[in-house]
Design a protein around this ligand. Structure first.
Ligand code: CO
Length: 619
């Protein structure tokens, strides 16, 4: 076979090849399953693939890197005492185990359900609530919904009160927790075409680019558009990843980000009912976004002149799952880029803004997450999550406490929850040696220097160590973070840099003593800065399934309080939405958005979009 270049997308053929190589090297036996396969980070010219293997007997996880170029094992690290992400094959087997379990049949019969095959079984990550019944079990906790028809929206009819614990090694139900019975909701709330009478009056919008798109894709995933160039990857765990993002002026290519990804997320729920309180999904680490990627449809998911990239992920048995059209790349008009009308001459100058959109959509159980990366003509970089799908539901009957949930239909409530995303930006603004400043705007004290009491200033604090860098967003101080290269200057002698314009987002509301706060410590603060360390990539740890609340990941790493100024650093930003459900979120949720933005700050000598030509069709 021809070995791909080091930074290309992982293909289905390479997954097959890698699994065969791992087996031929004697690293996997018949009981071994594959839990992650991805293009390894920080590799050189060789094609290095990262593989995580799980052996159930001793419950060991091997973290391997193998070289497809040389056919050799590059590195191996064995982890004990932790559980891997459940395999997709396991999750489907667990659903079957629940539907065919006699105890489950009995429990649902008491609720009037005589045909367990009509149960919708959602296998939730059980988390780690410190239950002794779970000790020694590699476990998922299943919650149930009911569908009369196969295509019904099961979330409109929760079978609340039951939690079914399945051991993934034995693939058997080992415990059923029954906390009470709620009546099955009467109303079936469907959302599919055919179940709703469509409105009228919406005429066609077509996006046409008669001269074609302005970007190119070479070598499978190397995207070039205007001054930008970037590699696009689909990672098993993190989903859509940008790698080696740079801006070229003439002959000079200027790096900005070595890698940018959604490294973890957590969805903590605020409802205290036992069937809801354990729901604290770490969807990146526990589920794996790359495995949940949608095959996108032209004219539906994306409009315009689209280039799609195919994706592939590794199933439990090492075989590839090919996803056609997994990544969408296109250009979007984005309104006015800049404009001025000269008051004396009344002559306007106006330029359109345009952005390159690189996106994928991931379906994780009831929710659907779009991950959208935007590159703009003026040097701005943006990461946006689009949240849609169906809110998780619980039964409501008269007298139930609605302090921590809200009615979305007559007998259905949705618990309050958060979606907290942790972006990882491996920085290389004009090179690998960067420094971060936290910038607060402060009102000056009265005094001789402030005779009109109007003075306020931007105060930049150079962040020297990890502990000093830990902080939260503060809209009252217009707080931003400036990433600079102190060895490079613009024409004004200022260090070149980018500014993180943070999302206006709270941190985790669950108390620090909660189990989830200890498992997802990254969500305790909005900003962390660490020296770049290739062994520190996942902010709640590599293996988060049933992880213990021990502050692993970012809180543990930053305990070392390493120096972070003038070195190779990574910026971590936790941001997201707090979701107090409303009737309009039901039965399917209108898209909500969460985003953060990197804006050039002295990276350029002037407005880099000055040279955008006027629109020819402007008259
Ligand atoms: Co939500």
């Amino acid at each position: 076979m021809t070995v791909a270049t080091a930074h290309a997308l992982l293909t289905a053929d390479e997954i097959t090849e890698t699994a065969a190589l791992v087996r031929s090297l004697g690293l996997a036996d018949d009981d071994t399953t594959f839990r992650r396969m991805a293009v390894a980070e920080g590799q050189d010219a060789e094609r290095h693939i990262e593989v995580w293997l799980f052996r159930p007997g001793p419950a060991e996880i091997d973290e391997l890197v193998v070289s497809l170029s040389t056919g050799r094992l590059v590195s191996k690290h064995t982890v004990t005492g932790q559980y891997p992400q459940p395999g997709f094959g396991e999750l489907f087997a667990a659903m079957d185990a629940v539907r065919t379990d006699p105890g489950v049949a009995e429990a649902v019969a008491e609720r009037g359900i005589t045909d367990p095959s009509r149960l919708q079984v959602d296998p939730w990550p059980t988390g780690n609530m410190g239950l002794s019944i779970e000790d020694g079990h590699r476990s998922v906790r299943c919650v149930l919904f009911y569908r009369d028809e196969e295509n019904d929206n099961g979330y409109s009819r929760p079978v609340d009160g039951l939690m079914v614990f399945v051991d993934l090694d034995d693939m058997e139900v080992y415990h059923i927790e029954d906390i009470g019975t709620w009546p099955l909701a009467d109303e079936v709330s469907n959302y599919q075409a055919g179940s709703v009478t469509p409105r009228t009056g919406l005429r066609t919008i077509d996006i046409t680019q008669p001269d074609g798109a302005s970007f190119t894709v070479t070598d499978g995933n190397h995207v070039r558009w205007q001054n930008w160039d970037v590699r696009v990857l689909l990672d098993h765990t993190e989903g859509l990843v940008l790698q080696s993002l740079g801006w070229t002026d003439g002959e000079r290519r200027r790096p900005i980000l070595r890698r940018a990804s959604l490294a973890e997320m957590v969805v903590p729920y605020g409802e205290v009912r036992e069937t809801q309180a354990f729901k604290n999904a770490l969807d990146v680490g526990e589920v794996g976004l790359g495995r949940c990627v949608n095959s996108l449809q032209l004219g539906c998911d994306c409009l315009g002149d689209i280039t799609y990239l195919d994706g592939a992920w590794c199933f439990d048995d090492g075989s590839p799952v090919q996803i056609d059209q997994a990544i969408c790349i296109h250009e979007e008009d984005f309104g006015i880029g800049w404009k001025h009308t000269d008051m004396a001459t009344q002559i306007p100058e106006v330029r359109r803004s345009r952005r390159l959109v690189i996106s994928s959509i991931f379906t994780v159980g009831n929710y659907d997450y779009g991950l959208f990366w935007y590159l703009y003509l003026d040097g701005t970089i943006q990461m946006e999550l689009k949240l849609t799908g169906i809110v998780t539901t619980m039964s409501y009957t008269e007298g139930d406490d609605l302090t921590y949930a809200a009615l979305v239909a007559p007998e259905v409530a949705a618990p309050i929850h958060q979606h907290l995303f942790c972006a990882r930006f491996d920085l290389e603004v004009d090179g690998p040696v960067n420094t971060v400043y936290r910038v607060d705007v402060e009102t000056d004290e009265p005094g001789d220097h402030n005779p009109h009491h109007n003075a306020f200033r931007a105060v930049a604090n150079r962040l020297e160590t990890e502990q000093q860098a830990i902080a939260d967003v503060d809209p009252a101080k217009a707080r931003t973070w400036r990433i600079v290269n102190e060895q490079a200057t613009n024409r004004l002698g200022q260090p070149t840099g980018y500014k993180l314009l943070p999302a206006d987002s709270p941190t985790m509301f669950a108390r620090p003593e909660s189990r989830i706060a200890g498992r997802a410590g990254f969500a305790a603060h909005n900003i962390w800065v660490t020296p770049t360390d290739r062994t520190q990539r996942f902010p709640a740890g590599n293996h988060v399934s049933q992880s213990r609340p021990e502050g692993q990941g970012l809180p543990a790493w930053t305990d070392a309080d390493r120096p972070i100024a003038g070195t190779d650093i990574t910026l971590w930003h936790t941001f997201g939405l707090t979701h107090s459900a409303r009737p309009e979120d039901y039965p399917v949720m209108p898209t909500e958005y969460a985003r953060c933005t990197l804006v050039p700050f002295g990276f350029f000598d002037r407005n880099p979009a000055l040279d955008v030509p006027p629109n020819e069709h402007c008259h």
